[in-house]
Design a protein around this ligand. Structure first.
Ligand code: MN3
Length: 201
């Protein structure tokens, strides 16, 4: 199948007063995400084994196959960015009750969850992602993945909330200050309603 770039679920200007500028969203969505989609479609066109597979099936198929690492990376990045646009919200930062109870049960407090997430996001060396996941044992965990990987591929659980920590996601607004970008995300931009919906799905 041929993949398409989904529209942002809000205007390009919608997050500007919360620390993510129109310039960042335009570059990140229209250039970076589009490039992953275009590259992925190029691979699918040339490889019968990829045709008729869903995005998740392509990620699973390419996972752990170094000879088709670019397929894995571009498919993973397409999945990750579809998730990421929904993990941001102009009304972000407020943790709804069911998720809050679960965070308190598994981390001790919402603040402790944020500390764990910030540690994961700032210690991911180079490009990658930080994630809140529902682990197979039923508890919430924080993890990080490199480059285009994600918790579906690593088997670490169901992704509830993911943060892009590639430099392209923060360099315009935060320059080299990744920790400030992560704190801003957790306190002002994170769509915890989306995370709670993923938890309950
Ligand atoms: Mn990105």
């Amino acid at each position: 199948m041929s993949f398409t770039l989904p529209a942002l679920p809000y205007a390009f200007t919608a997050l500007a007063d919360k620390g993510m500028s129109q310039e960042t969203l335009e570059l990140h969505h229209d250039k970076h995400h589009q490039a992953y989609v275009t590259a992925l479609n190029g691979f699918v066109e040339k490889d019968d084994a990829l045709k008729n597979k869903s995005l998740e099936e392509i990620i699973a198929y390419a996972n752990g196959k170094p000879e088709i690492a670019p397929v894995f990376n571009n498919a993973g990045q397409h999945w990750n960015h579809i998730h990421f646009w929904n993990a941001l919200s102009p009304k972000g930062g407020s943790v709804p009750g069911i998720l809050e109870s679960k965070l308190v049960a598994d981390f001790g407090s919402v603040a402790a969850f944020k500390d764990a997430f910030k540690t994961a996001a700032t210690t991911q060396f180079g490009s990658g992602w930080a994630w809140l996941v529902l682990a197979k044992d039923g508890t919430l965990k924080v993890t990080k993945t490199a480059n285009g990987s994600n918790p579906l591929a690593t088997g670490e659980g169901k992704p509830l909330l993911g943060l892009d920590v590639w430099e392209h996601s923060y360099y315009v607004d935060f320059r080299n200050h990744r920790p400030d970008y992560v704190t801003n995300f957790l306190d002002r931009l994170a769509n915890y309603e989306f995370a709670e919906a993923n938890l309950q799905a």
